[in-house]
Design a protein around this ligand. Structure first.
Ligand SMILES: [Zn+2]
Length: 222
């Protein structure tokens, strides 16, 4: 029997999912003029696009979108030491978006590459009452532990399907009530990620679907 809990795709860039068994959250940029037609969405300036000239316009767009019931959070936003503009510019843009997240009381989806200390410092300063999730987490057990201790959720993507990824070890250290799964920019079937993790954690797929659906309700408060 098909589970009554949908597969949650926590973070995708696809505009709509036509499959009924999937609930997807599309990440869009504030320069986009139309929200995705069918999906829930988060909105935010990606660190690669951080730009101090356009930020005020984009922040206004984010606030306008925040009135829509389909807009469930801020993201993806973050820090990336390998790509994009200078880190201080990325930081400034991230801070402004985090402030809005607190103001409108929505959770935050984070992209972070090699800037964990900076991110943890920001979480300590601003991240009081809103939930934060790291999308595309593919780190070590130590990093997972550090982030979990600070209250982060961790969203796991296609890297889970790579037998050599660090996730093969760290996945077993992440409590099920802090997990999400995502397709991001890939064509992977979200059900495949659920299937691999269910085996790793020795859970039925149905139980995993139930747990992730509960996380989803908690994180997005819906
Ligand atoms: Zn993404």
């Amino acid at each position: 029997m098909e589970s009554s809990f949908p597969y949650i795709d926590f973070h995708t860039h696809k505009l709509s999912s036509n499959e009924e068994r999937i609930t997807a959250v599309t990440s869009i940029d504030p320069s986009e003029l139309e929200p995705p037609p069918n999906n829930l969405y988060t909105i935010g300036v990606h660190p690669w696009n951080a730009n101090t000239n356009s930020i005020n316009l984009h922040l206004n767009n984010i606030k306008t979108y925040a009135n829509s019931p389909s807009m469930v959070g801020i993201g993806e936003v973050g820090l990336d030491k390998m790509k994009g503009p200078r880190l201080d510019i990325q930081q400034k843009i991230l801070e402004k978006q985090i402030e809005i997240a607190s103001e409108i009381d929505k959770p935050v989806t984070i992209h972070c590459v090699k800037a964990w200390d900076e991110l943890l410092a920001l979480k300590a300063r601003f991240g009081g009452k809103t939930s934060w999730a790291i999308h595309g987490f593919n780190g070590s057990q130590e990093l997972a532990k550090q982030l979990l201790d600070k209250g982060f959720f961790l969203s796991i993507g296609a890297a889970m399907l790579n037998e050599k990824s660090k996730l093969q070890e760290s996945i077993t250290q992440i409590p099920v009530n802090r997990l999400f799964f995502e397709t991001d920019t890939t064509d992977v079937d979200i059900a495949q990620i659920y299937a691999v993790v269910a085996v790793k954690l020795d859970l039925s797929i149905n139980d995993l679907r139930k747990s992730i659906a509960e996380n989803f309700s908690y994180f997005f408060r819906r």
